[in-house]
Design a protein around this ligand. Structure first.
Ligand code: PEP
Ligand code: MG
Length: 320
């Protein structure tokens, strides 16, 4: 099976009825690039930049960040690279920021909320990204967006830094897409409004499931409620994909669900454009997708959206 998959390294990802999707990889550091190339990744769908900030005693400098972003962009030779701005907080802490303890860190001061308040840190990251943008195909993504104001504020800070750099004579790409992670239910519900302003969506199911089901993704005792196939989750995903397409934008997914072989048929049927997963899952997913028929998966997804329980959905997927 592994040798069968290996033949697909340089192949595109399309279904049996010739519908194309993009299979991208999630990475944490530039060292992960080799695995992406060796597994036929068509892009980076999520570069988690937290690791640049963790395991050290002070913030990384603009120069350090620039070098990392540049090496990933160059290493992908013009293929799309979605870099997520700092998503710290929740389970990921940075002791040197000296933030007060919170009762509910997953519902607290994290990610874009922190970045919009501690703007020096945010602006440094954005400058490093903008300077690196001319070395490849950069897309910038904000995490944990709950309201349109957050997106607008993040984007206007980005624009300000871009203007500054340009006036300093720096080379900055003119084609940087700016998108958001959809991992908070409010944003999925309001996706039609967001779609008018963002360039793309990437659905973060790891958090979207936990916030929709009110079940901590790390808590074993409620893990039975952590249900990717629950029709409520599928309906939210559908709202996001449909809203994107309505405005001519693309919708991807970078949560674990994107690489799950039981979810892939449903996601294809819902019209997902880009699947971002751990590099080692890509070839298996590509092989699976080549054997699926998009038209049939649309029927499966339409049926699943009307079902009542996650179990019922899973049984339907297992039948194909
Ligand atoms: C997600 O929430 O689905 C996601 C990809 O982000 P993280 O796992 O880093 O929270
Ligand atoms: Mg998340």
């Amino acid at each position: 099976q592994k040798t069968e998959w290996a033949k697909l390294i340089h192949e595109k990802s399309f279904t049996a009825d010739q519908s194309f999707v993009e299979l991208a990889a999630n990475i944490g550091t530039p060292n992960d690039l080799e695995g992406v190339i060796n597994n036929g990744g068509e892009g980076i769908g999520l570069y988690r930049t937290e690791f640049l900030y963790m395991g050290r005693s002070q913030l990384p400098t603009e120069e350090e960040q620039f070098e990392s972003y540049k090496s990933v962009l160059e290493g992908m030779s013009g293929k799309p690279v979605v870099v997520r701005t700092l998503d710290i907080g929740g389970d990921k802490k940075l002791p040197y920021l000296n933030l007060p303890e919170e009762l509910n860190p997953f519902l607290g001061f994290r990610a874009i909320r922190l970045c919009l308040e501690q703007q020096d840190m945010f602006r440094t990251q954005l400058r490093a990204l903008l300077r690196a943008s001319s070395y490849g195909n950069l897309k910038i993504m904000f995490p944990m967006i709950a309201t349109l104001e957050e997106f607008r504020e993040g984007k206007s800070i980005l624009e300000e830094e871009k203007q500054k750099l340009v006036s300093e004579g720096e080379k900055v790409s003119d084609h940087i897409e700016v998108g958001i992670m959809v991992e908070i239910p409010s944003t999925a519900v309001l996706a039609d409004q967001f779609a008018k302003e963002v360039d793309f969506f990437s659905i973060g199911t790891n958090d979207l499931i936990q916030y929709t089901m009110a079940a901590d993704r790390m808590n074993e005792r409620v893990s039975y409620l952590y249900q990717p196939y629950n029709p409520s989750i599928l309906r939210l995903i559908k709202m996001v994909i449909d809203a994107a397409h309505q405005e001519g934008k693309w919708a991807g997914m970078c949560g674990e669900m994107a690489g799950d072989e039981m979810a892939i048929p449903l996601l294809l049927g819902l019209g997902l454009d880009e699947f971002s997963m751990s590099a080692t899952s890509i070839l298996k997913a590509r092989s699976q997708i080549r054997n699926l028929n998009k038209k049939e998966m649309e029927k499966l997804a339409a049926d699943a959206l009307k079902m009542k329980t996650a179990d019922e959905v899973l049984r339907a997927v297992k039948k194909i």
